[in-house]
Write a protein that binds this ligand. Structure first.
Ligand SMILES: Cc1cc2nc3c(=O)[nH]c(=O)nc-3n(C[C@H](O)[C@H](O)[C@H](O)COP(=O)(O)O)c2cc1C
Length: 238
């Protein structure tokens, strides 16, 4: 069985748009036979890297000198085959998610090598993770504004020498909902996300046309700007 650890980085945890997109993704992965552990960054006490000296590389290899929930997270991460990072775009990441990513250093083997002109490491031998996938939600219209978050996930995968399995992107995610219910389009997106989860477990990748369907516009760019600016004006007029 493929073991997956999924981390939801939204401070809004279960109530988040990210959770609403991650849920069908996890359902699809589970249907395809994966075992999925879901963690919420906001429920974990994970401090920033306060040592800043690469102690986990050149002091006590593999040991983080910051003591918090990361200590129990390290073995769970090391035992996963696939890591799913799920996050809202916060220009670029919410702090809790960023802290977890920074604190992955102890799982990395500091033997560096050059690949395609870039300095890269690998996960340590006991770390099973072979793939990393991203689920991201944003408020703005275009999926391109999620590019920095995609880049972070791609860079992280390359830094630890695992495959980047792709990004499930849902811009203006809140428009999948109306009066607390999924819209017809929202249901279609959910089904496509579920399919992406199944595909990822069965084939190790996700079909580009399905990812494009998940990210497709639910409104025109102009109409979305009008919605945001109407909210802005309503507050300004108070
Ligand atoms: C601090 C902050 C910064 C944000 N920056 C962006 C942004 O640059 N681009 C974007 O599309 N959405 C941005 N958003 C909107 C959120 O990404 C969007 O509402 C997201 O779906 C919220 O997800 P959540 O409910 O999972 O937290 C920002 C929200 C916050 C709170």
């Amino acid at each position: 069985m493929l073991d997956v650890v999924a981390i939801n980085g939204s401070p809004r945890a279960e109530r988040s748009q990210t959770a609403q997109v991650l849920a069908p993704f996890i359902a699809g992965m589970t249907e395809a036979g994966a075992g999925v552990e879901l963690l919420y960054a906001s429920r974990l006490k994970v401090k920033e890297c306060t040592c800043g000296t690469m102690h986990c590389w050149y002091g006590k290899p593999g040991e983080c000198c910051v003591r918090d929930d990361m200590q129990s997270l390290y073995p769970r991460l090391a035992g996963a085959d696939l890591l799913v990072l799920a996050t809202p775009v916060y220009v670029p990441l919410p702090g809790g998610m960023q802290n977890i990513l920074n604190r992955l250093c102890p799982l990395m083997d500091p033997r560096l090598e050059t690949r395609e002109g870039r300095t890269r490491a690998r996960f340590r031998e006991h770390v099973r993770i072979r793939r990393l996938a991203l689920v991201a939600t944003g408020g703005w219209w275009e999926k391109e504004n999620m590019g920095t978050v995609v880049r972070i996930a791609e860079e992280l995968a390359a830094d630890v020498s695992v495959a980047f399995a792709g990004a499930v992107l849902r811009p203006h995610a809140y428009l999948m909902w109306s009066e607390g219910e999924l819209t017809a389009e929202g249901r279609t997106v959910h089904e496509a996300v579920r399919q992406a989860g199944r595909d990822l477990v069965r084939t190790g990748s996700m079909a580009p046309e399905n990812l494009a369907a998940i990210a497709r516009p639910l409104i025109t760019q102009e109409a979305l700007l009008q919605q945001y600016n109407a909210m802005r004006d309503a507050v300004a007029d108070r």
